[in-house]
Write a protein that binds this ligand. Structure first.
Ligand code: FMN
Length: 304
């Protein structure tokens, strides 16, 4: 008998953004405050979850209009639990890698290496506009994210770090203290060809939106091919964003799904689709995966 040294791991979305997890007027019992979140993290830890995934948003509408910042919120959660790892979302642009590397190294030191990061590349132009951040083209955002990840890893591992990049510069920078061992894992969110290129080169984890088994297989095959082509020395791990409706029977669960859909807020879902389309249209192949996902998946994805 063989044992699997790499079993499936489970993460849950941290509701650090108001409004629950779907854009629907169905009654939602999820709160976004810290007391609720501490309890949720404790329950998840007891139930055997491995990770909690926070979200970063600077602006949003339709119920998600209040958002706690991801790094400080992740740190507060870590203080309330003992084993669970918390993944802090980081958005290159508002964050630069010097600040992020320092913040996360400190949190690693204070929490016995339980912090990880999720590098997200941005899909909402209005958000960047609102906070005065230049909105780069789709693939340029990913080029910046890749430099950001390289910088994080370089700062965390090299005694003195130098980078003459297109987006960031470092000269003999020596971060002290470094994060504890094991280093914070580096996740990335996104599903486009540029996202897979980046995963195939630099990320520890590729986090993608839900899809059909064939659709997911195509993405994983592509990443494996790219890892080889780019000579990546470790295997990218794959994370999938899925939403479960848990009830006693399948019928009850399906009824809830139907109610969620019946009470969807269509203008918000279509508004999200429009933004994602804008974001994806800027990529050379004009095909960000959310184009092909269902209305119901979009309702949930629109929360992040
Ligand atoms: C699991 C997961 C988590 C994400 N979290 C965030 C987030 O917290 N904030 C954000 O602005 N975007 C988030 N995103 C969006 C991605 O970073 C990316 O902008 C979006 O998926 C479009 O990328 P694509 O064009 O490569 O498909 C997340 C995506 C995934 C799959």
């Amino acid at each position: 008998m063989t044992t699997n040294n790499n079993p499936v791991k489970f993460a849950y979305w941290v509701p650090n953004v108001s409004g629950g997890l779907v854009i629907s007027s169905i009654e939602q019992r999820t709160s976004w405050d810290i007391d609720y979140n501490r309890k949720l993290a404790q329950i998840a830890e007891k139930a055997g979850f491995d990770y909690a995934l926070s979200q970063i948003r600077f602006t949003a509408g339709y119920g998600a209009d209040k958002q706690h910042e991801s790094v400080s919120f992740s740190h507060a959660l870590l203080a309330a639990i003992e084993k669970l790892k918390v993944i802090a979302a980081l958005l290159p642009g508002p964050w630069n890698p010097a600040l992020a590397a320092k913040q996360i190294a400190t949190i690693s030191q204070l929490t016995n290496a339980r912090v990880a990061v999720n590098i997200v590349s941005g899909w909402f132009r209005g958000e960047f506009h609102a906070i005065g951040e230049p909105w780069l083209d789709h693939d340029e955002r990913y080029r910046r994210s890749e430099e950001f990840i390289n910088a994080l890893r370089g700062i965390w591992t090299e005694e003195t770090y130098t980078l003459k990049g297109d987006f960031y510069r470092f000269t003999d920078y020596s971060l002290k203290p470094k994060p504890l061992d094991p280093l914070p894992e580096i996740f990335q969110g996104g599903s486009s060809r540029a996202a897979r290129d980046m995963a195939g080169r630099v990320s520890d984890w590729y986090f993608t939106n839900g899809n059909t088994p064939d659709g997911l297989k195509a993405q994983v095959d592509d990443i494996r091919t790219k890892e080889k082509a780019f000579g990546k020395s470790w295997r990218t791990r794959i994370g999938i964003n899925a939403f479960g409706i848990v009830r006693q029977t399948e019928k009850e669960a399906k009824d809830v799904l139907q109610e969620v859909l019946d009470k969807a807020i269509p203008e918000a879902v279509h508004g999200f689709h429009h933004e994602v389309q804008n974001a994806g249209n800027a990529s050379p192949e004009r095909a960000s995966l959310p184009f092909r996902i269902s209305f119901s998946t979009m309702m949930a994805s629109a929360r992040t």
